[in-house]
Write a protein of this length. Sequence first.
Length: 140
Amino acid sequence: MRKIRRPKVIVMALKPKYARAIYEGRKNWEFRKTPPPLFHYIYIYESAPVSAVTGHVMFSESVTGIPLAVWDIVKTNKCYTKNLAGISLPDLEAYAGKKLVTALRVYKAKRFDKPIPLEAKAPQNWGRYAYVALTESETL
């Protein structure tokens, strides 16, 4: 008997205020110490008090470096028409410390009509999951 392999999905945890800013177009960059892959749909898990998958996002490019260098690129580079970091430089430096950070440029994002509870343990940063229960209208 042949086993059917389901593709794994990527789920990324965000605080509700940052997820909301991405969905509303007020945040074009997401900062991560360990970035998820580019050009994949990534499901957004909003942490407490929401505690559910609320939509998905796709990132189109990344910039990696020390926090100040990455900040200079995403905030001052004139080739970007929107430089909405959605976070302040002091907050970014507090998050990353002296480690490298990656800025991920939001390509597109969509909020689902209803939040979907995650049946597995929620990721701290991002993770691959075998299954997320989606309805027909929420599929990619």
